[in-house]
Structures are given as structure tokens and as C-alpha cells.
Design a protein around this ligand. Sequence first.
Ligand SMILES: [Zn+2]
Length: 410
Amino acid sequence: MFKLLVFAVVAVCLTFVSTAGMGQEVSQQSTALPVVEDVRVSATPERARLVIDLGAMTEFAMVSLDGPDRLAIDVRASSLAVTEPGKVAGQGIVSDFTVEQVASDRVRTILTLAAPAQVQQAYVLDPFEDQPARLVVDVITATPEIFATNVAKDLAATDDIAQLGDKEGSTPAGGSNLPMATNPLVVIDPGHGGIDGGAESPDGVKEKDIVLAFALKLQELLVDSGRFDVALTREGDNYLKLEDRVALARQNKADLFISIHADTFQKSDIRGASIYTRDENATDVLDKILADNENKSDVIAGYSMPRMPPQVVDILVDLMRRETRVQSFKAARDIVHQMEPSVQLRRYPERQADFFVLQSPDVPSILLELGFISNPTDMANLLKVDWRDRTAEAVARGISSYFDSLKADE
Ligand SMILES: [Zn+2]
């Protein structure tokens, strides 16, 4: 069910439709965005109409989603004046709807479909007399085939955009010999490698070696369980760009991406394992420093940071991001839960930071900090084979219970 939604949402990179007439130009920079004043939906068994009252003319975009079947409509708007959840007037092909401000410049309406449907027409009306500007979307019934075609069309459009997003000629190392995923595919990403050693202890033990040994053990446990296909972003001491780590997981449609680290911090009393999920706003200073250090490793190694293509900043990728974020939180929680009894954890072990490798919009992604090389107790543990095995076993149990819970949701 999650999978379906993800694929459905991958579908949906649409550009906003300009409502400007011929020869007119809508400048988003110079024009203040309007308020969404009201949203109304009426439905019969044959058709439905969505009306969005707007403070002024604006742009909109829409898309078909399945699992469950929905139509999502975004308008460019600065705020939402509607506070009460609305009800569909009448009974018919739209059973329910939600309205939400999803970004500072967008308001999203989602129509839940009781039957396959398609947009017949959509247009923005100028204000006249005492009527405000309005977006009108007329929806009519469709065959299941037409609806599926619309969903698929969006999927294809997004595949194109995803390919645009991939840097030319950047084939991730190891990408060619990945297993065909029949089981869920877990991509384990041992941090750093090659010229990028990561953190280093006073006596010269490098993070890149610790995390590779851990990743290989975790891979072995997951493969032995018979439940997972497992790929490593690097299997040896080689350098890999951050963007290639992300691309490997995305191109192979990984079901979970787990990056492994063991960093240092200037305060040597900080210790214990923790798991990060991505957040645009780092939660505290330490998290911010850690994230920045990791993110900078590409720059340090002489590569410039890649830039996200503008298409990726699309409305419906945002929907997918939200769903992926929920799954990432779930995975972090399940793994922490399994680690708790057997491994020393940091205070508040579930954390958020803006690590570059956690940015996949479509792959649930977490970053496991095994402990701190700057803390003597952690460092001693990190070098112990029995500590490593015990911790890897706990993480493997956590991964299993995460996938169990996904199955239970289906
Ligand atoms: Zn690291």
C-alpha cells in the first residue's frame, strides 16, 4: 500500500498552469500570492465540482493518484483562510476532501474518489461583481482503465524528470552488479571511504574502516535471514560521492537506505548510538555540526555539491517526501526499539538533521551513528567484534520489525 502510494506520487511532477491570458505575464516575484478564501466540493454519482475561492487569480496544478484513488490539486497561494474541514455536498464520485497549506506558496486540496474519475475541465475565473476569483475543477466518471492510464502518464512524466535529475554520466559504483530485488532491497551505506577517512581516533583508527566492517556484518545478517536483498554503496576502501550514494538507492528503488557513521565531537563525554532522519531544520547545534561535517566531505574531497534540478522542487514530490519521511521515522523508531536493550544509546536517540544522504524523496532513509570515536568508552566498543555483532544483530532485528509493520499495514 505504501509502495503503491510512492509510485503513484512519483508520477506527479506537473508544472503549474499559468492562468495569464495571451500576452500577459504572471510574475511570481513581483506579485503577492493570493489567499485561499474557501473550498467547496459537490458531488453526484456522475460528476463532481471543486470550487476554490481566491483573493486573486493564480496558478494551479493537478494530478491523479492511486492507492487510494485521489485527485490532488495545488494552487499557488500565500495562506489558507479555511479552518473548518469541509464536507462534500451531496453523494457521489468524490467521497471526501482535505485542504492544507503544504508550503509557504501552496495550498493543496485532495479529493478522495469513490469511483474512478478524471478532470473534465479546470479553469480560473476573474472576479466579477461580488464574486471572488475562483478555480473551478469539473470531475467526471472514468473507466478504471482511463484512470489507470492517467496515473501511469504521470508516472512516466516523473520518470523523465527523475532522469533529468541524475547527473550526466554519473553511474554509481557497484550499480551494475546489484541483485534483482524480489525481496525488499536494503542499501547499506558505509560512510566515507578512500581519501575521505571520516573521523579518526588519536591512535589513527579511521571511521571509514569501522563503519565498513559494521556494514559488512549487517549485510551478512540480513542476507542470512533470507528476507532481504542487500547492496552496499561501497564494499571496499573506495571514495564515493554523496550524490552517488543517494543515486544508487534511488535508481534501484531501494526499500530502505541506511547510512552508517561513527563521528567525533569536541565534547568527549557525548556517547552512545543514535539514528537520524532528515529534517530541513536541524534540531540542535550538535546535530547541525554533524550534518555540516558530513555534507562538507564532498567539498573537502574536491567535488562541488550537486544542485537539485528545479523540477524536483515540485508539488507532488513534496507529497512523496512526506510519505517517505513517515516511513523513515518508523524505521528509525523500530531500530532504536530493538537496540535499546543491548546497546548504549544517546539521550534522545531518534534525531533529525539535514544530512545530504538522507534527501531521497522516494527512499526511506536513515543515518545510524554507531557511537563517537571522540568518546573513549564508545571507541573501545567500536573496536570490539562482540560489540559490533551484538549491535548489528539489534539493527537487523529492527529492520525486520520495520518491514513486518509495513506488511501489517497493507
Ligand atoms: Zn561520518
